[in-house]
Ligand binder design. Structure first.
Ligand SMILES: [Zn+2]
Length: 258
C-alpha cells in the first residue's frame, strides 16, 4: 500500500521542468519548501554568529536588494526576502526557499566588488528559482522512503544541508554539476538584468582559484572545476552583456559601497 501511494505521488508530481528546460523530479509544493527553508534559516540564526557590523550589513543588503531586482516576477520584491550577514571567515553564501539569503563575511574577501558579490548572490537565488533544493529533497525522500524532516532537537541537519545551508562552498552535500551549471546560467541573467556587470562572475572564480590554489578543496571536486565554470560562463557572456548594456542604457546603476 505504501509503495502504491508513493508511486501515485511520484506519477502525480514528477513531471516538472526547470527554467532552462531540464526535467526535474519534484515531490513537494513550493509552500512546503518555503516552510522548510524558513525553519532551517531560523535554526541557523541560532547556531551561527550574526555580524553586527553596520557598514558590512548595509553593503550586503544594498547588493542583495539590487540583485533581487533582476528577478522578473514578484520574487524580485526585496521585501519578500530576509538577508542576514553571518560573522564567519568562511567564504560562503546561500539562499533558501522562503526568501532567505545568508552571506558570510568571509565571502567579501573573495567577492571583492559589488558586481562580484552580485554574481554570488545571483547564483544563489538562481538555485532557489530553479527549485534545486526541492529536487534534492525529493530524490532523497524517494530513495529513503520517508526522510524525517525534523529530529527531536528541531530541524534535521540533513534537511538543512539538502536545502542548501553550507552546501555551496562548505563541506555538506554540494549541488550536482547539472544544478551548478544551471545556477551559473540563470545567475548570469539575473545579475545582468539587475544592472551588474556579468563579467564579474568569472572574476569570482578567478579569486576562488587564487584563494584556494589550483587544486580545489575536496568539496569542489564534485562541482564543475573553476575552468569549466569560467569557460561556460564566457560562452553565455555575449547574451548577458547585451542584457546588461540595455539595462544600463535605461539608467539602472547599482551603487553599493563598503
Ligand atoms: Zn551553486
Amino acid at each position: 500500500m505504501r509503495i502504491f501511494l508513493i508511486t501515485m505521488i511520484v506519477l502525480l508530481s514528477a513531471c516538472s521542468t526547470s527554467p532552462t528546460g531540464r526535467s526535474q523530479f519534484l515531490l513537494y509544493s513550493p509552500s512546503a519548501l518555503d516552510q522548510m527553508g524558513s525553519e532551517a534559516f531560523a535554526a541557523l540564526k541560532k547556531q551561527e554568529p550574526i555580524s553586527h557590523d553596520i557598514a558590512i550589513n548595509l553593503y550586503v543588503q544594498c547588493v542583495a536588494r539590487a540583485t533581487l531586482k533582476g528577478l522578473l516576477n514578484d520574487d524580485g520584491d526585496p521585501d519578500r526576502w530576509e538577508i542576514v550577514v553571518f560573522a564567519s571567515e568562511e567564504a560562503n553564501a546561500f539562499a533558501l526557499p522562503g526568501g532567505k539569503i545568508g552571506v558570510y563575511t568571509g565571502m567579501l574577501k573573495v567577492a571583492t566588488t559589488q558586481d562580484q558579490l552580485a554574481a554570488v548572490i545571483g547564483h544563489e537565488i538562481a538555485h532557489v528559482v530553479a527549485e534545486h533544493s526541492n529536487e534534492r529533497i525529493s530524490t532523497q525522500a524517494a530513495t529513503q522512503m520517508g526522510l524525517s524532516l525534523a529530529n527531536s532537537s528541531g530541524v534535521n541537519p540533513n534537511v538543512q544541508a539538502l536545502l542548501g545551508v553550507g552546501a555551496e562552498y562548505g563541506v555538506l552535500l554540494p549541488y550536482s554539476r547539472a544544478q551548478e551549471s544551471e545556477a551559473d546560467l540563470i545567475g548570469l541573467d539575473i545579475m545582468a538584468r539587475a544592472g551588474f556587470n556579468p563579467q564579474a562572475s568569472v572574476e569570482v572564480w578567478k579569486n576562488m582559484e587564487a584563494k584556494y590554489g589550483s587544486q580545489p578543496p575536496e568539496f569542489l571536486l564534485t562541482h564543475p572545476g573553476y575552468h569549466t565554470r569560467m569557460t561556460d560562463l564566457n560562452l553565455d557572456m555575449p547574451e548577458a552583456m547585451i542584457i546588461y548594456e540595455e539595462v544600463k542604457a535605461r539608467g539602472v546603476h547599482p551603487n553599493c559601497h563598503l
